[in-house]
Design a protein around this ligand. Structure first.
Ligand SMILES: [Zn+2]
Length: 171
């Protein structure tokens, strides 16, 4: 839909379960989510990625490396990689978070809450549950819990509650 007008009010910052809303609004929400100013880094493990050493790779026929003498993969053709992607996110944290905007029954259980559009994760074809840790503004965070924002059965965003690594009840 080219020339989709963008001068509409932004969506509610939190998923509202029973709001009647047209499914074709989801691309518009994604476009708005993509303008989030923060950047959240997602670190995840790919356990069986093809070896990327020069002259090597995975041979599906032999189920071994293209170069069986390859020191990188030990001749397996597969390596475990730590991969990181950086996605736009909206980050709320207690110091700046305006609790007055919290809907009734909503509570922040982690140190920060990040909203990431499902499109941002979906384009990488990864399962967000496999993310091992997150980095935001130079600090590492682990997942506390993840909630999905759903409209008409379609997941359009992830609400990601994060706890700072190595901090237990810190100030
Ligand atoms: Zn190799």
């Amino acid at each position: 839909m080219p020339n989709e007008p963008l001068n509409v009010p932004p969506p509610e910052p939190f998923p509202q379960m029973n709001v009647p809303i047209a499914t074709d609004l989801i691309p518009l929400i994604s476009a708005l989510n993509h303008t989030y100013p923060e950047e959240l880094a997602l670190h995840y493990v790919v356990p069986n990625a093809p070896c990327n050493a020069p002259g090597c790779g995975y041979d599906p026929v032999t189920q071994l490396a293209l170069n069986v003498m390859c020191p990188t993969c030990g001749g397996r053709g597969l390596i475990t990689t730590d991969t990181v992607i950086t996605v736009p996110a909206s980050i709320d944290y207690p110091d700046e978070f305006t609790y007055q905007y919290l809907p009734a029954g909503f509570s922040l259980t982690g140190d920060v809450m990040a909203i990431v559009d499902s499109y941002e994760i979906g384009m990488y074809d990864i399962n967000p549950e496999t993310v091992t840790y997150y980095t935001w503004q130079g600090s590492d965070y682990i997942l506390d819990k993840m909630e999905k924002g759903v409209i008409n059965g379609i997941v359009y965003e992830y609400d990601i509650y994060l706890t700072k690594k190595g901090v237990q009840g810190g100030e």
